[in-house]
Design a protein around this ligand. Structure first.
Ligand SMILES: Nc1ncnc2c1ncn2[C@@H]1O[C@H](COP(=O)(O)OP(=O)(O)OP(=O)(O)O)[C@@H](O)[C@H]1O
Length: 255
Protein backbone atom coordinates (compact mmCIF):
# COMPACT_ATOMS: atom_id res chain seq x y z
CA UNK A 1 0.00 0.00 0.00
CA UNK A 2 2.68 2.53 1.09
CA UNK A 3 6.40 2.36 0.41
CA UNK A 4 8.77 5.02 1.72
CA UNK A 5 12.31 4.77 0.42
CA UNK A 6 15.31 6.63 1.81
CA UNK A 7 13.20 9.72 2.51
CA UNK A 8 15.08 12.89 3.43
CA UNK A 9 13.01 15.96 4.31
CA UNK A 10 14.07 19.48 5.21
CA UNK A 11 12.13 22.32 6.76
CA UNK A 12 13.88 25.51 5.69
CA UNK A 13 17.57 24.71 5.75
CA UNK A 14 17.27 22.11 8.51
CA UNK A 15 17.16 18.40 7.65
CA UNK A 16 14.46 16.82 9.87
CA UNK A 17 14.01 13.36 8.30
CA UNK A 18 17.29 11.62 7.52
CA UNK A 19 16.60 8.56 5.40
CA UNK A 20 13.29 6.94 6.33
CA UNK A 21 12.48 3.48 4.95
CA UNK A 22 9.05 2.11 5.76
CA UNK A 23 6.50 -0.21 4.14
CA UNK A 24 2.89 -0.48 5.24
CA UNK A 25 0.82 -3.25 3.70
CA UNK A 26 -2.84 -3.18 2.81
CA UNK A 27 -4.90 -3.45 5.97
CA UNK A 28 -1.86 -3.09 8.23
CA UNK A 29 -1.74 -0.66 11.16
CA UNK A 30 1.70 0.72 11.97
CA UNK A 31 2.46 2.59 15.20
CA UNK A 32 5.07 5.33 15.36
CA UNK A 33 6.61 6.26 18.70
CA UNK A 34 9.29 8.83 19.41
CA UNK A 35 10.25 11.74 21.65
CA UNK A 36 9.06 15.30 21.06
CA UNK A 37 10.66 16.94 18.05
CA UNK A 38 11.98 13.70 16.53
CA UNK A 39 10.16 14.23 13.20
CA UNK A 40 6.95 12.14 13.47
CA UNK A 41 4.53 14.90 12.44
CA UNK A 42 6.97 15.95 9.72
CA UNK A 43 6.70 12.45 8.26
CA UNK A 44 2.89 12.57 8.21
CA UNK A 45 2.78 16.10 6.78
CA UNK A 46 5.25 15.05 4.07
CA UNK A 47 3.16 11.97 3.22
CA UNK A 48 0.14 14.25 2.87
CA UNK A 49 2.15 16.65 0.68
CA UNK A 50 1.95 19.89 2.65
CA UNK A 51 4.08 22.87 1.68
CA UNK A 52 7.20 23.70 3.71
CA UNK A 53 8.32 20.07 3.86
CA UNK A 54 10.94 19.71 1.13
CA UNK A 55 11.84 16.21 -0.02
CA UNK A 56 15.55 16.42 -0.78
CA UNK A 57 16.03 12.70 -1.52
CA UNK A 58 14.07 9.45 -1.68
CA UNK A 59 10.53 8.68 -2.74
CA UNK A 60 7.02 7.88 -1.55
CA UNK A 61 4.96 5.30 -3.43
CA UNK A 62 1.26 4.81 -2.65
CA UNK A 63 -0.82 2.12 -4.36
CA UNK A 64 2.00 1.70 -6.87
CA UNK A 65 2.02 5.42 -7.81
CA UNK A 66 5.01 7.66 -7.08
CA UNK A 67 3.37 10.50 -5.15
CA UNK A 68 6.55 12.27 -4.02
CA UNK A 69 5.76 15.41 -6.04
CA UNK A 70 1.97 15.07 -6.09
CA UNK A 71 -0.15 17.90 -4.65
CA UNK A 72 -2.10 17.30 -1.45
CA UNK A 73 -5.57 17.23 -3.05
CA UNK A 74 -4.48 14.51 -5.49
CA UNK A 75 -3.07 12.40 -2.65
CA UNK A 76 -6.41 12.76 -0.85
CA UNK A 77 -8.23 11.72 -4.04
CA UNK A 78 -5.94 8.73 -4.37
CA UNK A 79 -6.98 7.63 -0.88
CA UNK A 80 -4.82 9.15 1.85
CA UNK A 81 -6.59 10.79 4.79
CA UNK A 82 -5.17 12.45 7.87
CA UNK A 83 -6.36 13.30 11.36
CA UNK A 84 -4.31 16.29 12.49
CA UNK A 85 -2.91 16.96 15.93
CA UNK A 86 -3.82 20.65 15.68
CA UNK A 87 -6.01 21.31 12.65
CA UNK A 88 -6.65 24.96 11.74
CA UNK A 89 -9.82 26.89 12.51
CA UNK A 90 -11.58 27.94 9.32
CA UNK A 91 -13.97 30.84 9.89
CA UNK A 92 -16.87 30.94 7.46
CA UNK A 93 -16.78 27.21 6.68
CA UNK A 94 -19.42 25.12 8.45
CA UNK A 95 -18.40 21.67 9.65
CA UNK A 96 -21.38 20.16 7.80
CA UNK A 97 -20.14 21.65 4.52
CA UNK A 98 -16.57 20.40 5.01
CA UNK A 99 -17.79 16.88 5.86
CA UNK A 100 -19.90 16.83 2.67
CA UNK A 101 -16.89 18.02 0.64
CA UNK A 102 -14.79 15.16 2.08
CA UNK A 103 -17.21 12.68 0.47
CA UNK A 104 -16.29 14.04 -3.00
CA UNK A 105 -19.73 13.60 -4.54
CA UNK A 106 -20.54 10.26 -2.85
CA UNK A 107 -23.94 10.37 -1.23
CA UNK A 108 -23.52 10.30 2.54
CA UNK A 109 -25.79 10.80 5.51
CA UNK A 110 -23.89 13.56 7.32
CA UNK A 111 -26.31 13.69 10.27
CA UNK A 112 -26.26 9.90 10.68
CA UNK A 113 -22.46 9.82 10.55
CA UNK A 114 -22.23 12.71 13.03
CA UNK A 115 -24.47 10.79 15.42
CA UNK A 116 -21.97 7.90 15.58
CA UNK A 117 -19.36 10.30 17.00
CA UNK A 118 -21.86 12.33 19.03
CA UNK A 119 -21.27 15.39 16.89
CA UNK A 120 -24.74 16.38 15.66
CA UNK A 121 -24.76 19.64 17.63
CA UNK A 122 -21.53 20.88 16.05
CA UNK A 123 -22.36 20.51 12.36
CA UNK A 124 -23.51 24.10 11.97
CA UNK A 125 -20.48 25.60 13.70
CA UNK A 126 -17.44 26.92 11.84
CA UNK A 127 -14.82 24.23 11.55
CA UNK A 128 -12.77 23.92 14.77
CA UNK A 129 -13.95 27.34 15.98
CA UNK A 130 -13.78 27.07 19.76
CA UNK A 131 -13.83 23.25 19.62
CA UNK A 132 -12.38 21.52 22.69
CA UNK A 133 -9.60 18.94 22.30
CA UNK A 134 -12.06 16.03 22.21
CA UNK A 135 -14.41 17.87 19.85
CA UNK A 136 -11.55 18.50 17.41
CA UNK A 137 -10.74 14.78 17.37
CA UNK A 138 -14.38 13.80 16.78
CA UNK A 139 -14.59 16.35 13.97
CA UNK A 140 -11.46 14.86 12.39
CA UNK A 141 -12.93 11.35 12.62
CA UNK A 142 -16.18 12.50 11.04
CA UNK A 143 -14.28 13.96 8.08
CA UNK A 144 -12.37 10.67 7.70
CA UNK A 145 -15.63 8.70 7.76
CA UNK A 146 -16.91 10.87 4.93
CA UNK A 147 -13.68 10.59 2.96
CA UNK A 148 -13.35 6.82 3.47
CA UNK A 149 -9.61 6.70 2.65
CA UNK A 150 -7.45 3.61 2.07
CA UNK A 151 -4.63 4.87 4.29
CA UNK A 152 -5.26 6.93 7.42
CA UNK A 153 -2.56 8.98 9.12
CA UNK A 154 -3.46 9.65 12.76
CA UNK A 155 -1.35 12.26 14.53
CA UNK A 156 -1.76 11.62 18.28
CA UNK A 157 -5.43 10.64 18.37
CA UNK A 158 -5.38 10.72 22.20
CA UNK A 159 -4.05 14.23 22.74
CA UNK A 160 -6.46 16.48 24.63
CA UNK A 161 -9.07 13.70 24.97
CA UNK A 162 -10.76 12.73 28.26
CA UNK A 163 -11.13 9.05 29.21
CA UNK A 164 -14.79 8.80 28.20
CA UNK A 165 -14.17 10.36 24.80
CA UNK A 166 -11.14 8.10 24.40
CA UNK A 167 -13.47 5.10 24.27
CA UNK A 168 -15.54 6.72 21.53
CA UNK A 169 -12.50 7.91 19.59
CA UNK A 170 -10.67 4.59 19.98
CA UNK A 171 -13.67 2.54 18.85
CA UNK A 172 -14.31 4.86 15.89
CA UNK A 173 -10.66 4.71 14.84
CA UNK A 174 -10.84 0.90 14.95
CA UNK A 175 -14.05 0.89 12.90
CA UNK A 176 -12.42 3.16 10.32
CA UNK A 177 -9.38 0.88 10.08
CA UNK A 178 -11.61 -2.19 9.90
CA UNK A 179 -13.51 -0.54 7.03
CA UNK A 180 -16.68 -0.69 9.11
CA UNK A 181 -17.25 2.95 10.11
CA UNK A 182 -20.68 4.38 9.43
CA UNK A 183 -22.05 1.71 7.08
CA UNK A 184 -25.29 2.67 5.38
CA UNK A 185 -28.44 0.93 6.70
CA UNK A 186 -28.47 -1.30 3.59
CA UNK A 187 -24.94 -2.64 4.21
CA UNK A 188 -25.20 -6.30 5.19
CA UNK A 189 -22.60 -8.24 7.19
CA UNK A 190 -21.40 -10.05 4.07
CA UNK A 191 -20.57 -6.72 2.38
CA UNK A 192 -18.86 -5.48 5.51
CA UNK A 193 -16.65 -8.59 5.63
CA UNK A 194 -15.79 -8.22 1.95
CA UNK A 195 -14.50 -4.67 2.35
CA UNK A 196 -10.77 -4.19 2.16
CA UNK A 197 -9.26 -3.18 5.43
CA UNK A 198 -7.85 0.31 5.65
CA UNK A 199 -4.16 0.82 6.39
CA UNK A 200 -3.10 3.05 9.27
CA UNK A 201 -0.06 4.97 10.45
CA UNK A 202 -0.59 6.19 13.99
CA UNK A 203 1.60 8.46 16.11
CA UNK A 204 1.17 7.93 19.84
CA UNK A 205 3.01 8.99 22.97
CA UNK A 206 0.80 7.36 25.57
CA UNK A 207 -0.22 4.18 23.72
CA UNK A 208 -3.88 4.52 24.83
CA UNK A 209 -4.96 3.94 21.24
CA UNK A 210 -3.40 0.44 21.41
CA UNK A 211 -6.32 -0.62 23.63
CA UNK A 212 -8.64 -0.14 20.65
CA UNK A 213 -6.93 -0.72 17.30
CA UNK A 214 -5.31 -3.90 16.06
CA UNK A 215 -1.78 -2.60 15.84
CA UNK A 216 0.45 -4.88 13.77
CA UNK A 217 3.93 -3.35 13.90
CA UNK A 218 5.70 -0.31 15.23
CA UNK A 219 8.97 1.58 15.34
CA UNK A 220 10.57 4.45 17.19
CA UNK A 221 11.64 7.63 15.44
CA UNK A 222 14.62 9.30 17.03
CA UNK A 223 16.22 12.44 15.64
CA UNK A 224 14.81 11.90 12.15
CA UNK A 225 15.63 8.20 11.74
CA UNK A 226 13.63 5.05 12.46
CA UNK A 227 15.16 2.64 14.93
CA UNK A 228 14.22 -0.51 16.81
CA UNK A 229 13.65 -2.62 13.72
CA UNK A 230 15.88 -5.37 15.08
CA UNK A 231 13.91 -5.47 18.36
CA UNK A 232 10.50 -7.06 18.87
CA UNK A 233 8.30 -4.85 16.74
CA UNK A 234 4.99 -5.46 18.50
CA UNK A 235 3.84 -1.96 19.49
CA UNK A 236 3.03 -3.08 23.06
CA UNK A 237 6.55 -4.43 23.52
CA UNK A 238 8.04 -1.21 22.20
CA UNK A 239 5.87 0.87 24.54
CA UNK A 240 6.87 -1.29 27.52
CA UNK A 241 10.51 -0.96 26.52
CA UNK A 242 10.27 2.83 26.29
CA UNK A 243 8.47 3.01 29.66
CA UNK A 244 11.15 0.89 31.33
CA UNK A 245 14.33 2.17 29.69
CA UNK A 246 13.47 5.45 27.93
CA UNK A 247 13.97 6.45 24.31
CA UNK A 248 17.78 6.59 24.59
CA UNK A 249 17.83 2.80 24.84
CA UNK A 250 16.09 2.58 21.45
CA UNK A 251 19.04 4.16 19.64
CA UNK A 252 21.64 1.78 21.06
CA UNK A 253 21.18 -0.50 18.05
CA UNK A 254 21.95 2.40 15.69
CA UNK A 255 25.49 2.86 17.04
N1 LIG B 1 7.48 25.02 10.33
C1 LIG B 1 8.60 24.72 10.98
N2 LIG B 1 9.66 25.55 11.01
C2 LIG B 1 10.80 25.22 11.65
N3 LIG B 1 11.00 24.05 12.29
C3 LIG B 1 9.98 23.19 12.29
C4 LIG B 1 8.72 23.45 11.65
N4 LIG B 1 7.92 22.38 11.83
C5 LIG B 1 8.62 21.50 12.55
N5 LIG B 1 9.85 21.98 12.84
C6 LIG B 1 10.89 21.32 13.64
O1 LIG B 1 11.11 20.02 13.15
C7 LIG B 1 11.39 19.13 14.24
C8 LIG B 1 10.44 17.94 14.15
O2 LIG B 1 9.13 18.39 14.46
P1 LIG B 1 7.89 17.39 14.46
O3 LIG B 1 6.67 18.21 14.72
O4 LIG B 1 7.92 16.59 13.22
O5 LIG B 1 8.23 16.47 15.70
P2 LIG B 1 7.34 15.37 16.43
O6 LIG B 1 8.19 14.16 16.56
O7 LIG B 1 6.05 15.22 15.75
O8 LIG B 1 7.14 16.06 17.85
P3 LIG B 1 5.94 15.98 18.94
O9 LIG B 1 5.97 14.59 19.50
O10 LIG B 1 6.32 17.01 19.95
O11 LIG B 1 4.66 16.31 18.23
C9 LIG B 1 11.21 19.94 15.51
O12 LIG B 1 12.49 20.32 15.98
C10 LIG B 1 10.43 21.16 15.08
O13 LIG B 1 10.70 22.32 15.85
Amino acid sequence: MLQIENLHVSIGDREVLKGINLNIDEGETFILFGPNGSGKTTLLMTLMGFGGYTVTAGKIVFKGVDITAMPTYERARLGIGMSFQRPPTIHGLKTRHLVSMCARGREIDVDGMAKTVNFQDFLNRDINSGFSGGEIKRSELLQLMAQNPDLILFDEPESGVDLENMVLIGNTARALLDGAAAPSPETCMRDLRRRNKTSGLIITHTGYILDYVNADRGQVMYNGVLCCDTRPTRPRDILDHISKYGYKECIRCLN
